[in-house]
Design a protein around this ligand. Structure first.
Ligand code: SAM
Length: 219
């Protein structure tokens, strides 16, 4: 195993502390989510010089003006998704692939789409080396991914100006969309449960700040 994929005692300890913090200070109560985050070595998504940043509860640059999401945000969105073993999930905004790994640890089949070619190539290359296998797609996820629809869950990991209708169409009945919606500076985490093809239940939750969702049905 190469130097960049070593899970030292020090990193394991820091990871444990972060998970404990999410549980006790940030009200993340979903045990499978906490266990998944305990398992995935977040420092693998950082250059070795920045390993000391990997278990702080902060977002961090991954190049191309994008970020690996803050651990709390990943935990929060994962908890909302209520992932069941075998769920077919569309993730919009692959980024570093850290969130993808959490979904895979929770037993989902993940289709993940990223619009920036360099990020897509890098993550598609790294994740299988860590033993994580998702379906990687490069393109504009604001239009969803029609070819593999319908999905049990859709997770958007970038800030959207509105809820794209097309994403609701690509959900199964009983399916759930989790999407941050708002202006470029702050978005409300929003969940939409698809009850029937014409009936939806929308819940608006806490405020976050994501990088923008850029595309046809976005900024
Ligand atoms: N969850 C990711 C992680 O753990 O690293 C972080 C995702 S980052 C906050 C958001 C990502 O969404 C960026 O990589 C960005 O390029 C991507 N993105 C923005 N608009 C997109 C779109 N229309 N389709 C696909 N990806 C998009």
């Amino acid at each position: 195993m190469s130097d960049s994929f070593i899970d030292n005692y020090k990193e394991q300890g820091a990871r444990k502390k972060l998970i404990e913090y999410l549980k006790t200070e940030r009200n993340i109560t979903d045990e499978p989510v906490l266990q998944a985050m305990l398992k995935v070595p977040r420092h693998y998504f950082f250059a070795k010089t920045f390993w000391n940043q990997a278990y702080k509860d902060i977002a961090f640059p991954i190049g191309e003006g994008q970020t690996i999401s803050q651990p709390f945000t990943v935990a929060y969105q994962s908890q909302l998704l209520n992932v069941k073993n075998g769920d077919k999930i569309l993730e919009i905004g692959t980024g570093s692939g850290y969130q993808t790994c959490i979904l895979l640890e929770l037993g989902a089949e993940v289709y993940t789409i990223e619009r920036i070619v360099n990020i897509y190539e890098r993550t598609k290359n790294v994740l299988p080396k860590l033993g994580y296998n998702a379906h990687f797609i490069c393109g504009d996820g604001s239009k969803g991914l029609y070819e593999h629809a319908p999905y049990d869950k859709i997770l958007v990991t970038a800030g959207a100006p509105f809820i794209p209708d097309v994403l609701l169409k690509q959900l199964k009945r009983g399916g759930l969309l989790v999407i941050p919606v708002g202006d470029p500076n702050k978005q409300q985490m929003t969940t939409i449960l698809k009850i029937t093809d014409t009936e939806f239940e929308k819940i608006t939750l806490d405020t976050f700040r994501f990088v923008p969702l850029v595309g046809d049905q976005a900024w």
